[in-house]
Write a protein that binds this ligand. Structure first.
Ligand code: KG4
Ligand code: ZN
Length: 341
């Protein structure tokens, strides 16, 4: 089955095409992502109305590129999938309308995809991971630990009680004058920094449960920055490195606890820990999770960098997985700003 996927829930205009074989194996046929960085740069964050207008301007060309990169006629596509939530409603409407129009014109089924589910299922495309597995979903809007038992079958074991992890990276970057999006900028600055220079708090760690909290950490970075002011580039690097090492330690500690619970509840001897979402691109976080999984007797799977941030491939894949279960949607399916897994 070949599926076209469209992603417009935030500030990436993206389309991708995947093939899913009957045995569940997946192949990426094309992946086109246009970030709208310059459009939002003057505002220091994503402006919903600007994002929606940029999606209108870019999406047709992005889809055409995805089709030509795949080297197949549109007629060979078996279904069209689009993200219909959660996200910014204007952008979601552009992607959903475009996907529905293509599906209608081509006489193919339409699949409405939950953006979080698309992140959650990516490891099944890239690494053929079998259910059940443990998922750490870390993006700009979400920070969750989920037991993934099947397509559409998710149990949330932990979530953030304040900021998402990507948001904490973005706010730290803004505070240190590093621009948006903050994650990659913080990681770059941290590369030359001393992670032991600043001792930052690890909120909730040591307490029972699998929830996260990052707001206090952000405040601690601000206070440390104020004490060290005026900041030299070396100070900024040390702050970034200390922040990054602290959050890597936090997610690793939670992942270890979650793996222990996962083994106890599922009876799976060697559980698989999957990381997904934009923050999954972070090298320090990937290595901390790799070590945590090894310590807990599990294995660790991280998608390739190109599939960590928002993309159309993950939407196409989630659509293919749903289609394989007969879960197509009508053309009247609405978009949803909020849509928990
Ligand atoms: O999944 P995503 O592309 O969009 C959402 O669904 O939110 O995640 C975007 C988030 C942003 O907060 C961005 O700063 C963060 O992922 N991010 C990173 C890195 N690359 C992107 N955070 C830390 N390190 C990175 N290398
Ligand atoms: Zn995302």
């Amino acid at each position: 089955m070949i599926v076209l996927g469209i992603e417009t829930s935030c500030d990436e205009t993206a389309a991708g095409i995947v093939r899913r074989d009957a045995d569940g194996a997946g192949t990426v046929l094309s992946n086109v992502v246009r970030a709208q960085l310059e459009d939002h740069a003057p505002y220091g964050g994503v402006v919903p109305e600007i994002a929606a207008r940029a999606h209108v301007a870019l999406l047709d060309r992005v889809v055409a590129e995805a089709v030509s990169q795949a080297g197949i006629p549109l007629a060979d596509i078996d279904a069209v999938a689009a993200t219909t939530g959660p996200g910014l409603v204007g952008g979601l409407m552009v992607g959903a309308m475009t996907g529905k129009a293509i599906a209608f014109a081509a006489g193919k089924p339409f699949v409405a995809v939950n953006h979080l589910e698309a992140h959650a299922l990516t490891a099944r495309l890239t690494d053929h991971v079998a259910f059940p597995y443990l998922l750490l979903l870390v993006s700009g809007g979400h920070t969750q630990i989920l037991a993934v038992r099947g397509v559409g079958d998710y149990e949330r074991w932990g979530t953030t009680i304040d900021d998402a992890l990507g948001e904490a990276f973005d706010k730290t970057a803004k505070l240190l004058g590093l621009g948006h999006p903050g994650g990659p900028a913080v990681e770059r600055a941290a590369a030359s920094g001393d992670a032991t220079r600043f001792t930052l708090p690890r909120p909730l760690i040591g307490r029972a449960g699998l929830d996260f909290s990052f707001a206090g950490l952000k405040t601690a970075v601000r206070l440390a920055a104020e004490r060290a002011a005026p900041l030299s580039p070396a100070d900024v690097a040390d702050l970034c490195a200390s922040f990054q090492a602290t959050v890597a330690g936090i997610v690793a500690a939670r992942a270890r606890d979650a793996l222990v619970r996962f083994r106890a509840e599922t009876g799976v001897a060697e559980p698989v820990l999957v990381v997904a979402g934009g923050v999954a691109a972070n090298g320090a976080i990937r290595s901390a999770l790799q070590a945590a999984a090894a310590q807990a007797g599990g294995t660790f799977v991280a998608p390739p960098l190109a599939l960590c941030g928002d993309n159309g491939v993950m939407v196409a894949w989630a659509g293919a997985e749903r289609m394989a279960l007969g879960l197509e949607d009508g053309l009247d399916v609405p978009v949803r700003a909020r849509w928990p897994l």
